[in-house]
Write a protein that binds this ligand. Structure first.
Ligand code: AMP
Ligand code: MG
Length: 359
């Protein structure tokens, strides 16, 4: 009996340490990619999936970080102009996806924005407003078409940049990490889970009680408040907003999403963009999927502004939905999300739907 009680006690202690509950819940919280991340999974395979997750995100950060001198992205950025730099197939594959999102958004998303982001101090936290001549000089090299990615289908992938160029995957890496987390959950046979990687959410299946996951869309003007809530299952939901990272100087706020056309923080009339797309459910690891797409488009639509974003969505070239929050107090929801979005009582935003045909 004593031994049985000791076993029960040990089990209870173990569960409180690992977070397992009667639903077979396992969760982990950690800091990576400059943000707090947490993953909670339920049922069979949850424990091993959760423990693999943190190692996977750490691996991706080591590969893709621009501020770590030993990353592949740093190797690319410190390579000589016009000289190919050998990289892994994985880094080349992500750069290739980033290139095509830069192309399809007509450069609103641009992976070569790196030197401009640095000039504002967002990579070092030593913030400053760059001079116009300094910005003009840097903008000369901002052009994703100068990035050459070769050899993805062979075992010798390489990336070549032009003079003055550097790449920044900050606008897409967390989305790619959420694709990789999704693949780990699939590999481990997990059916219900929720991952929050900074502003990048992935929900798998439903909550253990069978209801949809509730994903809050933060109010950009009210810390801790919500514009509304999305009820989602098997989906990625990625938010970009000027409120997520900024500094103030002489009474003006400067945020981290740069308009490649001006070199200044985008002033498109939007205060946040949330992009929603289907969860991948793939067991093929390390391939950019819808998490990556949502991350690229949340940044790009923020730069593009309400009208261009709506036009891009209406083109139907990509399968996604979105919630736009505007500076003048409106929340715009594409019609595919209308029955999944519930406005927060008293949030004060005027609700509008974006439909396939402009009104
Ligand atoms: P996100 O929070 O996903 O919108 O990404 C913002 C991050 O992406 C910034 O901190 C920069 O590292 C990078 N970034 C800023 N502006 C752009 C842009 N126009 N295109 C691509 N990446 C950008
Ligand atoms: Mg993004």
């Amino acid at each position: 009996m004593k031994r049985f009680l000791a076993a029960v006690f040990c089990m209870a202690l173990f569960c409180s340490l690992t977070g397992c509950k009667s639903t077979g819940e396992s969760s982990v919280e950690f800091y990576a990619m400059d943000t707090t991340m947490n993953v909670t999974a339920y049922g069979t395979g949850a424990k091993s999936a959760v423990s693999e997750t943190q190692a996977e995100v750490d691996r991706l950060e080591a590969l893709l970080s621009r501020t770590r001198s030993d990353s592949e992205v740093s190797a690319i950025n410190s390579g000589a102009a016009d000289a190919p730099v050998a990289v892994s197939i994985e880094t080349a594959g992500l750069l290739n996806a980033a290139w095509s999102y830069s192309h399809t958004t007509n450069g609103a998303f641009d992976i070569t924005i790196a030197p401009v982001v640095s000039a504002w101090g967002f990579t070092t936290d030593h913030y400053q407003v760059p001079t116009q001549p300094a910005l003009d000089a840097l903008l000369n090299a901002v052009d994703y078409t100068g990035v050459l990615v070769e050899g993805i289908s062979s075992s010798s992938a390489r990336v070549t940049l032009r003079k003055g160029q550097a790449v920044d995957l900050g606008g897409i890496a967390k989305g790619y990490a959420s694709d990789c987390v999704e693949a780990i959950l699939s590999e481990n046979g997990v059916e219900r889970a929720m991952a929050s990687l900074g502003g990048n959410i992935y929900v798998r299946g439903t909550k253990p009680d069978g209801s949809a996951w509730r994903v809050g869309v933060q109010d950009p003007d009210r810390s801790g408040g919500f514009v509304g809530v999305l009820s989602l299952s098997d989906a990625f939901a990625v938010t970009s907003g000027g409120y997520q990272r900024y500094f103030e100087q002489d009474g003006k706020r400067y945020h981290h999403i740069i308009d490649p056309a001006t070199g200044y923080p985008a002033e498109s009339g939007l205060t946040s963009v949330t992009i929603v797309a289907d969860g991948n459910k793939t067991e093929t690891p390390n391939i950019p999927g819808n998490g990556t797409m949502c991350d690229a488009f949340s940044t790009a639509m923020f730069v593009m502004g309400e009208e261009k974003a709506a036009e891009f969505w209406r083109s139907g070239a990509y399968n996604f939905q979105m919630v736009l929050v505007t500076e003048d107090g409106r929340v715009l929801v594409t019609d595919g999300l209308a029955d999944k979005f519930e406005q927060e009582d008293g949030s004060g935003y005027a609700y509008e739907t974006i439909s396939r045909t402009p009104s």
